[in-house]
Write a protein that binds this ligand. Sequence first.
Ligand SMILES: Cc1ncc(COP(=O)(O)O)c(C=O)c1O
Length: 399
Amino acid sequence: MNDDWDFDTRAVRAGTQRTGFGEHAEALFMTSSFVFANAAEAAERFKPSSTGFVYSRFSNPTVAMFQDRLAALEGGEACIATSSGMSAIFTTCLGLLDAGDHVVASRSLFGATVQLFNTILARFGITTTYVDPTDPAVWAAATRANTKLFFVETPSNPTAEVADIAALKSIAAAHGVLLAVDNCFCTPALQKPLALGADLVIHSATKFLDGQGRVIGGAVVGGSALIHDKLLPVLRTAGPSLSPFNAWVLLKGLETLSLRMERQSAHALELARWLERHERVAKVLYPGLDSHPQAELVRRQQSAGGAVIGFVLKGDGADDSTLRTAAWRVVDGCKLISITANLGDTRSTITHPATTTHGRVPVEAREAAGIGEGLVRVAVGLENVEDLKRDLDHGLRGS
Ligand SMILES: Cc1ncc(COP(=O)(O)O)c(C=O)c1O
């Protein structure tokens, strides 16, 4: 890759390695292992210093092409690809944390991420304090002598809270703590956390990187000391590796990433503005709106608002159960938008986070994160926006 290549050029060209056949599209190496010429070469390849291919749990040429392309897009030195977004987060934690360590995390995280910290990592003596992602001062106050990691998702799923990455980095650096940013909602097409100081960027590649709802995958990008020395040994030994087939699909996904993010963000902005004016909607949570509480930070940190909108319905003033009924009516009223937990697809999707993606998060934590019964999440795809408005309007009006 040329260092002066623009983002769009990197998205379609970076990382490509051709075999002797001169294929134009990247080759798909569906092989579990690689053949050695003799015992001496086998012994050589098994050395940690070797860059040759051995076994696809460790590395694979198609996976390597995806890793190199994503690293080029995020502006990172190195990348490891994993079997899912959750395994990217788990690999990061296993690589960086020891028993007795402490994490400061945003209180607005994807439900499974909260579960990972609260149940699995807690069993190994790793504790987590959750704080407001929008207030850097509380991150400093929550940091202890044993804090090793700051973990944030920005914008958050599904409440669209935005954390100031540069401000968190300066607090993390002052305390000798690493900062990991889940960049799932923006992707490098809209936001580059490493350039703002983050140490690691984490992806659920399942979402916008694939972009067409086909495969599960994940990745972590950062400096080579962290990726190669801390995380790669976990990948190699524990084995949460990305399948070469999925890596090949993700390479194709990256080629259209900036076009999709640009168009889907534009559609989302239009839909968010329409929802803001809708009589049945109490509040719209979307980073691209002028009414977003951190609109100025969003403009500084992101090049567009992204494609995920949360909106809160007006209740009838009775209790929470009427809000759930109203939210489910919106979901059930959709005939075009798919009722599914995934997001980042070219096809728009809708979900009720409190009873699905965030259903396992304890109620108090969910409420602290602003995920109430009246909140609905729409991930906007590439359909015509007027068709999306008509579809949502059925459920909103109860018709
Ligand atoms: C922000 C965020 N991070 C991580 C994940 C986990 O990714 P995966 O489902 O690929 O394991 C998700 C999944 O929805 C997500 O929305």
